[in-house]
Design a protein around this ligand. Structure first.
Ligand SMILES: [Ca+2]
Length: 216
């Protein structure tokens, strides 16, 4: 039995850590105050894929996969020490998407509602949809890939720990046309490999607890 668990965990370890460099996906959680109805929030599907871009660059692909009208109009990063990311350029986009990086009015702009969770935007990293934002932002079926200088593994670790957070301001949500802010780092990351790994850890813990109970 023990041999089985050892082989299983080794197999899962191999899947997680020797897979070729692929995207790590992060979901977004709404932050207070949530202005949208619970029904609208449930129909939003917002995703961030982070990949190694080569030449010391990290790519951030923001995708809007929602089934209701919505537009990602602004993107913010909280990286106060500027140790993780610098520079910044629009790498590519799908759909009618046009963004500019860097704050035109430094010292003024934070993720709306960001103060409530201690989110302090590093303004030189922020990206804003060009006017008019409802068209040039990221609508359902569209995506935007931004490139920043940074070390991929450090950036991923920081996104998991919350040391680095990405925030998005979404406008024109559903029929009410409400706006809400969302942030990474408070959500459970979604890579299927990690889900597998946590199932394996749970699985490994279970027989041990059973044995303990039986010994009592
Ligand atoms: Ca658009």
């Amino acid at each position: 039995m023990r041999r089985f668990w050892v082989s299983l965990s080794f197999a899962l370890f191999s899947v997680v850590f020797t897979a070729p460099a692929s995207a790590v996906s992060f979901s977004f959680s709404p932050i207070t105050p949530a202005n949208s109805s619970p029904g609208d929030l449930a129909n939003l599907s917002l995703n961030l894929d982070v990949t190694e871009g080569g030449a010391g660059n990290v790519l951030f692909e923001f995708e809007n996969l929602s089934s209701i009208s919505s537009v990602i109009a602004q993107i913010y990063f909280d990286d106060q020490t500027l140790l993780l990311l610098s520079g910044g350029a629009v790498q590519s986009s799908i759909g009618t998407v046009s963004f500019t990086i860097g704050d035109p009015n430094p010292g003024t702009n934070n993720l709306p509602g960001g103060n409530s969770i201690g989110f302090a935007a590093t303004e030189v990293l922020n990206a804003y949809a060009s006017n008019p934002a409802p068209q040039n932002g990221i609508n359902p079926g569209e995506s935007l890939t931004l490139s920043y200088a940074g070390d991929f593994s450090q950036v991923i670790a920081a996104l998991f720990s919350g040391q680095l957070r990405a925030g998005i301001h979404v406008q024109s949500i559903g029929q009410r046309g409400s706006s809400d802010s969302f942030v990474t780092g408070t959500a459970v990351p979604e890579p299927s490999a990690l889900i597998l790994l946590s199932s394996a850890i749970l699985g490994l813990g279970l027989p041990r607890r059973k044995r303990k109970a039986a010994a009592k």
